[in-house]
Design a protein around this ligand. Structure first.
Ligand code: PMP
Length: 309
């Protein structure tokens, strides 16, 4: 009996010691349980807003400036005025990481249109809301980096980018979510979206690269895709390493006959693909160039960023 009481006390003690995650909302920090946004917020009612996902590696916020620039560009494109400037935003990001002791993790930045009425009109929303969360990240399991992913091609077409630019990282991800659901039905790890003209754009949450005859190729931005920060880092590494690189118009056929394939994203980093729609990619294991790029990328993240302390 006394052992049971002691065990319970120990458990309670450990829980009290565990730090609660804090969340930045509009200039204030709230414990995770109290971090709340109004149901009248048009981010909730209409998916009206923008976001960013950023990685922290060893206390280093990777390519923070590029992420912040992309956030403000996304906001400008949808006429959303962010109530704080870029410097204040970056300070708030760093402070959130410090308070949560996020030295290795993930930052989610959300700017929503703010509280309005039930109508669509964003003019009724007087002020945008800014939310910053920092937490742990669940990546693909390490096994996937060793053995590669299986991807499929979606029957869901990529949203027409003249209707809604894919360069805007908006709170409306339904197009990608529908594709992700399809991937789940098929049992694939990720899914490639093709645009209405039949060109490969990107995956539900990652950019895509192939290697063919020693040339690194990724879809041209004009097909409608998010110009990923990780994609940009891979392009930079390729240029430094003298790897021949092309942004091009790719079809599913190009994926089927690729020598190597990999995906890039803030959460995924660089992850090899070994199977696409029933076709084995190359020799069915992560390619040489892919693994070289992953190695270089993991070196880059240690130095390219802003220190939280
Ligand atoms: N495409 C889409 C649709 C995304 O959501 C993301 C972000 N996960 C990416 C590409 C990759 O972009 P980044 O490298 O900036 O994370």
């Amino acid at each position: 009996m006394s052992t049971l009481i002691n065990n319970n006390r120990e458990k309670q003690g450990a829980q009290a010691m565990e730090k609660t995650t804090v969340v930045y909302i509009d200039g204030k920090y709230f414990n995770k349980e109290d971090a709340k946004i109004s149901v009248w917020d048009h981010g909730f009612l209409y998916g009206d807003g923008v976001f960013e996902g950023i990685r922290v590696y060893s206390g280093n916020v990777f390519r923070m400036k590029q992420h912040i620039d992309r956030l403000y560009d996304s906001a400008k494109s949808i006429c959303l005025e962010i109530p704080i400037d870029k410097k204040e935003m970056m300070d708030a990001v760093l402070e959130t990481c410090r308070r949560n002791e996020t030295n290795d993790g993930y930052i989610r930045l959300v700017v929503s249109r703010g509280k309005g009425d039930l109508g669509l009109d964003p003019k009724k929303c007087s002020k945008a809301s800014v939310v910053i969360i920092s937490d742990k990240i669940s990546l693909y399991p390490e096994e996937k980096y060793k053995n590669g992913l299986r991807v499929t091609i979606s029957s869901v077409r990529k949203n027409f980018h003249e209707s809604m630019s894919s360069k805007v990282k908006s709170l409306n991800y339904l197009n990608n979510i529908l594709a992700k659901i399809e991937a789940g039905h098929i049992g694939a790890d990720e899914i490639v979206l093709i645009n209405i003209n039949g060109y490969v754009t990107e995956c539900s949450a990652d950019n895509i690269f192939i290697v063919k005859n020693g040339v690194l190729i990724t879809p041209h931005p004009s097909v409608g895709l998010l110009e990923g920060i990780t994609r940009g880092a891979v392009i930079d590494i390729a240029k430094e390493e003298g790897i021949e690189l092309r942004e091009d118009f790719l079809t599913s056929h190009d994926l089927y006959v690729a020598d190597e394939m990999f995906l890039t994203g803030t959460g995924a980093e660089i992850v090899p693909v070994v199977w696409v729609n029933g076709r084995t990619v190359g020799e069915g294991k992560p390619g040489k160039m892919t693994m070289e790029l992953l190695k270089k990328f993991r070196e880059l993240v240690k130095v390219d960023g802003v220190k939280i302390k």
